[in-house]
Design a protein around this ligand. Structure first.
Ligand code: HEC
Length: 109
């Protein structure tokens, strides 16, 4: 019985690892964006620049990925509104925020 349980748990673990890796391999930033950033950046909630809105992103992209990433990590008050540090998700690592910024920029230029 216990052997069956551990085999089942092991299979479950391997399965969840595989799915996590698969989505991360597809586009590392997309998963982070979908879960943490799309709330505002999909439909422009709180005046957030929308994903794919080239006109809104052009002047921001000009600042460079480094500045955009720093602003996203520390939080940012701009001309149209404000964004909390890491979009209000302090559990995200800096690298995850950077990958989401890169995803947004790729989709919006
Ligand atoms: C609660 C809503 C909200 C969430 C969630 C959110 N943002 Fe934002 N974000 C904003 C708003 C509003 C602005 C525009 C602020 C301004 O320019 O006045 C903004 C601006 C930005 C900018 C442009 C910064 C600049 O220097 O022009 C980047 C990059 C960005 N967000 C990335 C992200 C990432 C990455 C996430 C997810 C980790 C995220 N945002 C989640 C509301 C949000």
């Amino acid at each position: 019985m216990s052997r069956f349980m551990s085999a089942a748990l092991c299979a479950l673990f391997v399965f969840s690892m595989t799915t996590a890796n698969a989505s991360a391999a597809d586009a590392p930033g997309k998963a982070v964006y979908d879960i943490n950033c799309s709330t505002c950046h999909k439909d422009g909630v709180m005046n957030a620049p929308k994903l794919g809105d080239k006109a809104a992103w052009a002047p921001r992209i000009k600042q460079g990925i480094a500045v955009l990433t720093k602003n996203s990590i520390t939080g940012f008050k701009g001309k149209v509104g404000m964004m909390m540090a890491k979009g209000g998700h302090p559990n995200l690592t800096d690298a995850q925020v950077k990958s989401a910024v890169e995803y947004i920029v790729l989709q919006s230029k």
